[in-house]
Design a protein around this ligand. Structure first.
Ligand code: C2E
Ligand code: MG
Ligand code: MG
Ligand code: MG
Length: 293
């Protein structure tokens, strides 16, 4: 068929909509099965201290390989899980996987006692008033202190003033978990929430990091975030660091923690232990002389 004579625009639109709906339903079914059959995985990306290059923590990132279509990015399947009512089950699965892994690493000395695991939460998960009690139970079950766990959430959770979420965040913080604002700076929201919510730190979005060394504006933004975070007593992690230029620019303005491909992507737990174990000391700053206070 030639252009103009074929199906009208609306028919084409309907057909592609139909495809998308079908694809969504297929993905949803496959995801449901993957969850039920325990076929998701979690990878761990190191969060390093900029002064020593040693890991101070790791971010848990969920992975899914579709049986026919191969790896599907979280940006694609997390929204499917949210729409399908699967996000609580997915979140619970990721927490249990990550917390049991953290318990093993703490027990076998792969990580130090002050190492923390950072776990992403969708806004929907933080709307569940039972979440704090559930998390408290999980921490007990795995014998992991709350201080070794961070919850990452986006600004949108707090932008709405967050009725239930506000209480959930307060209770998670009461338990002793760290609360980090993910993708900080991309939410277009007034910063007042940093005072109203018990946030303990921010993660500077990659979009501000990528221009460092080239863009004076990005550098000023990061400088301002550092000043604000210091004044409010918040921790800072820079996300998506890919080059040494970016790393040096971050260190120069006082950012202390970072993650990104410069140090490595998320990896399977056995690879994390192999490359990032606490006893594999890279040449770092000289230890304090014996007898120092
Ligand atoms: P996020 O929490 O902001 O995670 C950072 C994303 O940046 C990850 O993508 C990570 O693989 C990627 N990344 C890390 N370093 C670099 C870098 O140097 N350069 C670039 N270009 N990218 C880098 P990923 O794993 O595809 O996850 C995407 C998003 O999906 C996450 O963004 C998070 O919002 C969500 N997500 C991942 N795992 C979970 C989960 O278990 N639960 C929930 N609710 N959301 C999750
Ligand atoms: Mg995150
Ligand atoms: Mg992030
Ligand atoms: Mg991000």
């Amino acid at each position: 068929r030639s252009k103009g004579e074929g199906p009208g625009r609306s028919t084409i639109f309907d057909a592609s909509m139909h495809d998308r709906v079908r694809e969504r339903i297929e993905l949803e079914g496959a995801l449901r099965t993957a969850l039920a059959e325990n076929r998701l995985t979690v990878v761990y990306q190191p969060i390093v201290r900029l002064d020593s290059g040693r890991p101070t923590g790791a971010e848990a990132l969920v992975r899914w390989t579709h049986p026919e279509r191969g790896p599907i990015p979280p940006m694609t399947f997390i929204p499917v899980a949210e729409d399908a009512g699967l996000i609580d089950a997915l979140g619970t699965w990721v927490r249990n996987e990550a917390l049991s892994q953290l318990a093993r690493w703490r027990a076998d000395g792969t990580v130090d006692g002050d190492f923390y695991l950072s776990i992403n939460a969708s806004p929907r998960q933080l709307e569940d008033p039972r979440l704090p009690v559930i998390v408290a139970g999980e921490l007990r079950r795995y014998g992991v202190p709350a201080s070794a766990v961070a919850v990452e959430m986006t600004e949108s959770v707090m932008a709405d003033g967050g009725g239930i979420a506000a209480r959930v965040l307060y209770e998670l913080r009461q338990l002793g978990l760290r609360l980090l604002v993910d993708d900080f700076g991309t939410g277009f929201s007034a910063l007042g929430y940093l005072r109203r919510f018990p946030v303990t730190g921010v993660k500077i979005d990659r979009s501000f990091v990528s221009g460092l060394g080239e863009s004076a504006e990005d550098e000023e933004i990061v400088r301002a975030v550092v000043a604000m975070s210091r004044a409010l007593g918040l921790s800072i992690v820079a996300e998506g660091v890919e080059t040494r230029v970016q790393r040096d620019a971050l260190a120069a303005v006082g950012v202390t923690q970072a993650q990104g491909w410069l140090w490595g992507p998320g990896v399977a737990p056995e690879d994390f232990a192999l490359h990032w174990a606490a006893d594999r000391h890279a040449p770092g700053p000289a230890p304090l002389a014996a007898g120092n206070p």
